[in-house]
Every structure is written in C-alpha cells, then in structure tokens.
Design a protein around this ligand. Structure first.
Ligand code: MCA
Ligand code: AMP
Length: 482
C-alpha cells in the first residue's frame, strides 16, 4: 500500500495541523509523530485520550505510522462505559497530553506523552514501513440498540478508500484548509476532519470548541471548507440573521459539508438565503465510513445525501429481503452497502459481525428512497431505540439500564423527541420508587453522565405512575408521546 499520508512521507513544509496557536507542518508532524511512533511500535493496541487538541492528532498519526491499532477515547466517558471500552479493547498503553489526570483504569497503564516537548526528537527518523492495507488502523466505539457500545475495527484500506472517494466527490485538494470543531473520538471529527486533510496534504484548523465566531474568523482568514453536524449548522442558521460577518465568511467558503444526521430543510434554506451558498450533505456510519455525498460539481438538493461515492455499492432492500430496483422517489427500503470503505468486524463480537451482514452487504438500518437520478433520501431508521442527538448515536437501552440502577427509579424508558437544536433530545420516562419524592431530573442526568457520557444524559425527564405495557409486558414506547 502506498503511504496513508504521502505529504508526511515527503516532508512537506506546508501547514498541516492548527489548534489555536499550536501548529505543525507536515514535516514537523512527521518528525513528532515519527518519534512517538518509534516509542510505541510493536504495542498490540493503544488508547488515545482524545481531547480536542494537537496532542490527540499527533498521537493518532503516530499510532497509524507505527501500525499500532488506536482506540480513541472520549475524555468525558463515564465510569461504566470507560471500563467496558478499556476491558474490551485492552490497550497496552495510553497516549495523552501531559498534565491531564486520567481516570484510574487508564492511569494504571503505561503512559506516553503526546506533547510537542515530549515527542521532540533531534533525529528525524525514517518513518516505519507502511503496514498492510487490511491491518487494523482504528477501533471506534459506537452504540447499538442494546448492550454496551461495540468496537468497530477499521482497516487502513477503509480509511484510505473513504478519504480518496471524498477527494473525488468534493474536489478536495492540498490547497484546502478545513475548519471544524468536532470531537476527535468519532469518525466525523477524527477520520474525515483530521486524517482527511493530512492525506490530501492540505491542512485543518480545529476550533477546540464550536462557536459561530470561530467559524467566521477561520473562514475569513483562509479556511476553505467547513465540516459540522446539523446542530452546528442550526446554530449558524440562527446566528446568521444578526451576523453579517458570519454570512460573508460562509459565502466565501469553497465547501460547507454537513453530516452525522439529517440537516433540516429549513436550516438549508436559511443558510442558502443568507449566504447564497448551499450546504452539501454526506451520509456515513462508523462501520462503513462514507457511503454517499452530494458532489461538489453536482446539483445540491436539500433533504438528500447525494449519490453513492466512488467504489461504494448501495442497494435498497424491502422487508422481505428483496432488492428494490425502482428509482421512483417513493419506494422505501433499507440501505445496504458494500465496498472498500467497510469495517472488518466488531471487536470480540463475531455474533454481532455476522448479524450485521446480509450476504456480504452491510445492513445500515437506515431507511431511504431514491430519486429517479439516483439521489438518496434518508427517511428514517429501522430501530426506534437508536437516538441521534447532536450527531451522536445513542442506544436507548444503555441509558435505561443505567437509570434502573438509580435507587430512586423503579421503571425507566428512554425515547428520542424532536429537538430543533439537537435533532433529537433524550427523554427519560421514569416511574419513581417514591412517587412523592422522585429523583430530580438533574440528579438523573448527572447519574447517566457519570456512568456513560455527558451527551447520553437525558435532557428531559417525565414522571409516570406506570409505563404503558402490552399483554406481553413489553413497554409500548410509541404510546408514551401520545
Ligand atoms: C451539562 N454538562 C454536563 C451535565 N450537564 N456534564 C455532565 N453532567 C451533566 N449533568 C456539560 C457537558 O459535559 C459539556 O461540557 C457542556 O455541559 C455542554 O454539553 P452538551 O450540552 O452536551 O453540549 P451541546 O452544546 O449540546 O453540544 C452540541 C454539539 C455536540 C457541540 C453539537 O453535540 C457535538 O460536538 N456533536 C458532535 C457529534 C459527532 O461528532 N458525531 C459524529 C458521530 P463542556 O462545556 O466541558 O463541553 S457520527 C459519525 O462519525 C458518522 C460516521 C458520520 O456520519 O459522521
Ligand atoms: P454513527 O453510527 O454514529 O456513525 O452514525 C451513523 C448514522 O448517522 C447513520 O446510520 C445515519 O442514521 C446517520 N447519518 C449520518 N449522516 C447522515 C445524513 N447526512 N443524513 C441523515 N442521517 C445521517
């Protein structure tokens, strides 16, 4: 396989990474990550404490150079989820910036610093040989409808294939300067948002934290592309009315890309009206990386996720398992995909891996229709127990299990409710042990955040005397909102 990062191998002196006032060129990154790679080479697997910082990017690149599979960990992961991830993936060591206090389960492991001072090496070593295309590059944890999150094993081949398909679809070049504020422990922020610019030989400026001011500042000073989740574009759409600088900055961008959840047509329209620019959507999944996109040279169409990317085969399948051949803008089927962009397996879960495929096609669980010209429109999801909030995928079951462990909770059900800002908001329906002294919403939110992750906390709590159940005793979630 040719190098995953040709510009690193070529020691390009062009800018590569910018996090506030910390920046590295491709050549400097090659030196820093190369030195770090030499320290971890041979480790079976490493975790990276994925703060939105330069050190995280250096750590991940070092692991990729060394051919060591890397598990990015959300630094806001709660105790139970972290224990699961660390036990399941068993990293040999942890990469983290100095000064960060790690939770006990990670603090027990050997720690390697990712700060520039720690990885500065007077010797500019040759980079290690390129690992095999099928070797695992990253293991990214993702929620399912039930059970704890599963580790998605992504080979180098998939990372390269998806980034090269996006190069084609977006005419993405080394002249592009990306700006974003996405977290670095998921595919969107890390693989597309950091590894993407590095593979192209271009650069990324990470805002650390999302703000419309930060987006405006970077797009007015040389950044050409913006990546965000719909919540970020919604906040941009809200701010545009009173912020001519933001409108001007967006109008000058080459490409505005949204993904991870559907961007409502209303927000598409508001941004279009205020800036004259169209946001384009792409559709992907942790297991498949990117599947479709509106092309930079194609017709933008709000409400669609565009056409299959180069190398990606996509089909719609009806409930009986038959392929839908109609491109009629009407017939709904589940999206199934095949191609070099796919993951290899769920770590330690052969059962789940097998169940995820239908004769070699990956079942996405997303329901869609196709316009006559092939544009895909996602219309829903098969599983009602999967919630997308702020672009994060969250399983209702994992939250219910944690809520049920709270001493004040007798019964619990979790649903997603439409939310203008987050797309969906997590709602907890609680039957308290003591009707006259139920645990407060804040307490339950803090309980979930401490065990799972802050983005999994319920934003609304509703108290009931009993949950609606059918004759079989199963909770009838659909009747909760009614
Ligand atoms: C508030 N906070 C709490 C509590 N209440 N923490 C613990 N317990 C509580 N009770 C804290 C939070 O930790 C956080 O801390 C702060 O309050 C605000 O958090 P939150 O309300 O969650 O933030 P938000 O403003 O709602 O965030 C919106 C967001 C975020 C920035 C858009 O949702 C986001 O970054 N989304 C991106 C998701 C993403 O990248 N998905 C990609 C996966 P502090 O102030 O310290 O932060 S999908 C994917 O990869 C596929 C492949 C694809 O297609 O892309
Ligand atoms: P995750 O498993 O966190 O990687 O999230 C993947 C899921 O996000 C997909 O299965 C879709 O349901 C959803 N998704 C990603 N991009 C889009 C998009 N542009 N429009 C609608 N849904 C999307």
């Amino acid at each position: 396989m040719s190098p995953l990062f040709p510009a690193l191998a070529a020691r390009s002196t062009r800018p590569a990474l910018g996090f506030g006032d910390q920046a590295l060129s491709h050549a400097e990154l090659a030196t820093a990550a190369g030195a770090l790679a030499a320290r971890i080479v041979g480790a079976p697997r490493v975790a990276v404490w994925a703060t939105p910082t330069l050190g995280t990017a250096v750590g991940v690149v070092a692991a990729l150079l060394a051919g060591v599979p890397v598990v990015p960990v959300n630094p806001k992961t709660g105790e139970r989820e972290l224990t699961h991830i660390v036990t399941d993936s068993s990293p040999a060591l942890v990469l983290a910036e100095s000064g960060v206090e790690l939770p006990p389960i990670l603090a027990e492991l050997p720690r390697v610093g990712t700060d520039r001072t720690e990885v500065t090496d007077p010797v500019d070593r040759a980079l290690p040989d390129e690992p095999a295309p099928e070797s695992p590059a990253l293991i990214v944890y993702t929620s399912g409808t039930t059970g704890p999150p599963k580790g998605v094993v992504l080979p180098r081949r998939a990372v390269a294939a998806t980034l090269d398909a996006l190069e084609d679809a977006w005419q993405w070049t080394d002249a592009d300067v990306l700006v974003h504020a996405l977290p670095l422990f998921h595919v969107h922020g890390l693989i597309l948002g950091i590894l993407g610019p590095l593979r192209r030989g271009g650069s990324v400026r990470h805002l650390g934290r999302f703000s419309t001011d930060g987006v405006a500042r970077e797009l007015s000073s040389g950044a050409t592309m913006l990546f965000g989740v719909p919540t970020m574009y919604h906040r941009i759409a809200e701010a545009l009315a009173d912020d001519p600088e933001l409108a001007k900055a967006l109008a000058g961008a080459r490409l505005l890309v949204s993904g991870s959840a559907a961007l409502p047509v209303h927000d598409h329209e508001r941004i279009g009206a205020a800036t004259g620019r169209r946001v384009i959507e792409r559709y992907g999944m942790t297991e498949t990386l990117m599947n479709t996109s509106v092309r930079a040279d194609g017709e933008p169409r709000a409400g669609t996720v565009g056409v299959p990317l180069a190398g990606v085969e996509l089909r719609l399948v009806d409930e009986a398992g038959a392929e839908i051949t109609a491109y009629d803008g009407d017939t709904v089927g589940e999206i199934q995909v095949r191609g070099p962009n796919l993951f290899t397996e769920y770590l330690n879960r052969p059962d789940a891996t097998e169940a995820a495929f239908d004769d070699g096609w990956f079942r996405t669980g997303d329901m869609a229709i196709r316009d006559p010209d092939g544009y895909v429109r996602i219309v829903g999801r098969k599983a009602t127990d999967l919630i997308k909030s702020g672009g994060y995928k969250i399983g209702a079951g994992e939250i219910e299990n944690v809520l049920l462990e709270h001493p004040g909770v007798r019964e619990a059900a979790v649903t997603g409710e439409p939310d203008e800002d987050l797309g969906e908001r997590i709602v907890a329906w609680i039957v308290p042990v003591q009707a006259d002294a139920p645990p407060s919403a804040e307490e339950l939110a803090a309980h979930v955040a401490a065990q799972l992750a802050s983005h999994k906390r319920p934003r609304t709590v509703r108290y009931l005397q009993a949950l609606p159940r059918n004759d079989m005793g199963k909770i009838m979630k659909r009747s909760l909102h009614g």
